[in-house]
Design a protein around this ligand. Structure first.
Ligand code: CFM
Length: 543
C-alpha cells in the first residue's frame, strides 16, 4: 500500500507560480522551472543572471573561491583583501572542520584566525596595495606559513589593486613561502560558481605539482569536492582507511597545502561535488594522466556503490574482498537503524534547494527513508549538474562565463603517465564503467517532480503552501521563514549542528535527525505572526 498522498499537478503549480510575475519575469523564470522526465530530460535554464529583486539564495564569487574551495585548508593563510565583512562572514560559517593533529610547527592550523586587510575609505580612494603588502608581511613575520593566499573582494577590482604583482613580489622576497592571489571579486560571474572556477585555476597553476612525495600504499587516490562539513571528510577517511585505500589529497576538507602539491602523485581522482571542482579533475587528467570519475558518499547505498567502483578501478581481488567485508559490516548497522526509522518516515515529502550538488546527493538519503523528493533545485549549478555532462557541448557560453579564464592544459612532458593503458580503459568501459561522468540530478528524479534553478523566495513559499512537505532543505537565509510556515527546515549547507552525514555512519545520523524533525508534533502548533497580526499593505500615492 502506498502512503503517498495524491500530489498536485506540477504543471498547474508552475502556472500558478508564474501567474504572479510580470510577463517578462515570468517568461524568464519559466525556463528555469521544469517538470522532470527522466526518460527525456528537458533543458533547464541555469547559470544565468538572477532577476534583480526576486530574493535569490545565491552568494558571490568571492564566497565560492575563498569560503568554499580554499577555506577548509588549514595551513594556508587566507587573507581577504577588502572590507572586514567579507572576511568575517566567510570565516567558518560553513562548519568546515579540520584536524591539525599535533600542535606545533608540524600542526599549523590557521582556521581559527580571520585574516583581512580591513579596507577603509582611504584605501578605496588612494589604493589598497600598500596595506595589502603590509598585511602579507605581518602574517609572514608572525606565523612563517608555507603559503599565503590573497582574495580580492569587489572594491579591489573596482580600484584596480594589482594583487597578482604583489603576490609575485612577496613570494620572491620570502623565498620559503608560496604566495598567490585570486581575482575573485564578488561581482564576477553570476554566482559563487565563478569563484569555484577561479579557485580551481589558481590552485592548479600555483600549487598542484610542486611536490614529489607519494604516500605509501598500493591504492592511492585523491578525493575532490569534499569539504569536511560537519566532519564528513573525517568519516570518509575512516572508511577508506578501513578498506586499505590511501587518501593522498582531499580538495579541500581537512587538507594541507602539502597534500595539494602532491595531488599529481595519486593514481585516481574521485569527484564528490562535481560543480565546485570538476575543472581540477579535468586539468589533472590532461596534464598528469590521472583518470577521474564521479562518486557519491551521501547515502548508504551510494557509498557502497562508490567504494565498489573504486575497488574495481584498482582491480585487485584482495582489495575487492576487503571492500566487500567493510561494506557488509557497515551496512549491518545502517539496516538496523533504517528498519526502526523507515516506518515513521515512509511516504513523507521532502524538498531540497541548495548549492550545486547536495540537492541531488541528499535525495539518496531520503529515498532510503522511503521519502519522496517532490521538488529540488540548485542555487548556482550548471546544466550539466541537472541534465548530465552529455549536454556540455550544447551549453552556450555567454558573456558572464566568458569572463572566467579557461586554462589551456597539455600533457606534461616529464610528469604525464597514463595510469591505465588504452586497453585497460576499454575493458573497463565494456564492463559499463564510466569515466569523466556525471549524469546529473534529473535522471534520478521521478517523472513529474519539479526542478527549479535559482529558486526565488516567492516560489519557495508557494511550493510549501501547495505541497506541505514534511521537511524543507535549504540554508540559513530560508530557515526561519520556512519554520514559521510550520515546516521543519534542515540546513544542508552547515547541517545545522549535526553531521557527519557522509558514508554509512553518516547515513544513520541523517536518518535519526530527519526522523526527529518530521515526526515532531510542535510544527503543527506554530502560529506565525502574520496569522494574528494584520499585514501591512500600501499603495503608491499619486503625485
Ligand atoms: Fe559543492 Fe559544497 Fe555544494 Fe558547493 Fe556551497 Fe557547501 Fe553547498 Mo553551501 S562545494 S556545490 S558552494 S557540495 S558551501 S560544501 S553546502 S552551497 S551544495
Amino acid at each position: 500500500m502506498s502512503m503517498i498522498k495524491q500530489l498536485p499537478d506540477a504543471a498547474a503549480v508552475k502556472a500558478d507560480i508564474l501567474d504572479k510575475y510580470p510577463a517578462k519575469v515570468a517568461k524568464k523564470r519559466a525556463k528555469s522551472m521544469v517538470i522532470n522526465d527522466p526518460e527525456a530530460i528537458p533543458p533547464v535554464q541555469a547559470n544565468v543572471r538572477t532577476i534583480p529583486g526576486i530574493i535569490t539564495q545565491r552568494g558571490c564569487c568571492y564566497a565560492g573561491c575563498k569560503g568554499v574551495v580554499l577555506g577548509p585548508t588549514r595551513d594556508i593563510i587566507n587573507i581577504t583583501h577588502g572590507p572586514i565583512g567579507c572576511g568575517f562572514y566567510s570565516w567558518l560559517t560553513r562548519r568546515n572542520q579540520t584536524d591539525p593533529g599535533e600542535v606545533g610547527p608540524n600542526g599549523e592550523n590557521f582556521m581559527m584566525y580571520c585574516f583581512s586587510t580591513d579596507m577603509q575609505d582611504e584605501n578605496i580612494v588612494f589604493g589598497g596595495e600598500k596595506k595589502l603588502r603590509a598585511a602579507i608581511q605581518e602574517a609572514y613575520d608572525i606565523f612563517h606559513p608555507k603559503a599565503i593566499a590573497i582574495f580580492a573582494t569587489c572594491p579591489v577590482g573596482l580600484i584596480g589593486d594589482d594583487i597578482h604583482a604583489i603576490a609575485r613580489e612577496m613570494k620572491e622576497k620570502f623565498g620559503d613561502c608560496n604566495v598567490f592571489a585570486f581575482s575573485c571579486e564578488g561581482y564576477k560571474g553570476v554566482s559563487q560558481s565563478a569563484g569555484h572556477h577561479i579557485a580551481n585555476n589558481q590552485i592548479f597553476k600555483h600549487v598542484i605539482g610542486r611536490g614529489n612525495k607519494r604516500p605509501d600504499g598500493k591504492y592511492v587516490m585523491n578525493m575532490l569536492g569534499e569539504y569536511n562539513i560537519g566532519g564528513d571528510a573525517f568519516e570518509l577517511e575512516r572508511l577508506l582507511d578501513r578498506c586499505g585505500i590511501t587518501l593522498n589529497a582531499t580538495f579541500s576538507g581537512n587538507s594541507t597545502i602539502g597534500a595539494f602539491e602532491n595531488a599529481h602523485m595519486a593514481d585516481l581522482n574521485v569527484v564528490m561535488c562535481h560543480r565546485s571542482i570538476n575543472y581540477v579533475a579535468d586539468m589533472i587528467e590532461k596534464k598528469y594522466g590521472i583518470p577521474w570519475f564521479k562518486v557519491n558518499f551521501i547515502g548508504a547505498e551510494s557509498s557502497a556503490k562508490s567504494l565498489r567502483k573504486i575497488a574495481q578501478y584498482f582491480d585487485d581481488p584482495e582489495l575487492t574482498e576487503r571492500v566487500e567485508k567493510v561494506i557488509a559490516e557497515e551496512m549491518a548497522a545502517v539496516k538496523a537503524a533504517a528498519e526502526v526509522i523507515r516506518p515513521r518516515t515512509t511516504g513523507k515529502l521532502a524538498m531540497l534547494f541548495v548549492g550545486g550538488s547536495r540537492a541531488h546527493h541528499y535525495q539518496d538519503l531520503f529515498r532510503e527513508l522511503g521519502m519522496k523528493s517532490v521538488a529540488a533545485g540548485y542555487e548556482f549549478a550548471h546544466r550539466d549538474d541537472y541534465e548530465g555532462r552529455r549536454v556540455l557541448p550544447t551549453i552556450q557560453v555567454d558573456a558572464d562565463s566568458r569572463n572566467i579564464e579557461e586554462l589551456h592544459v597539455e600533457a606534461d612532458p616529464a610528469e604525464y603517465a597514463a595510469r591505465k593503458s588504452t586497453d585497460e580503459m576499454q575493458t573497463l568501459a565494456a564492463q559499463g564503467y564510466e569515466f569523466n561522468d556525471y549524469n546529473g540530478m534529473m535522471t534520478e528524479m521521478e517523472k513529474g517532480s519539479l526542478v527549479i534553478d535559482d529558486i526565488s523566495h516567492y516560489e519557495m513559499e508557494k511550493l510549501i503552501e501547495t505541497y506541505h512537505p514534511a521537511v524543507f532543505c535549504a540554508g540559513i537565509k530560508e530557515k526561519y521563514c520556512v519554520q514559521k510556515m510550520g515546516v521543519p527546515m534542515k540546513q544542508l549547507h552547515s547541517y545545522d549542528y549535526g553531521g557527519p552525514y557522509a558514508g554509512f555512519k553518516g547515513a544513520i545520523n541523517f536518518y535519526r535527525d530527519i526522523d526527529r524533525m518530521v515526526n515532531a508534533k510542535v510544527w503543527k502548533l506554530v502560529r506565525p505572526p502574520w496569522q494574528d497580526t494584520p499585514q501591512i499593505t500600501a499603495t503608491y500615492a499619486s503625485a
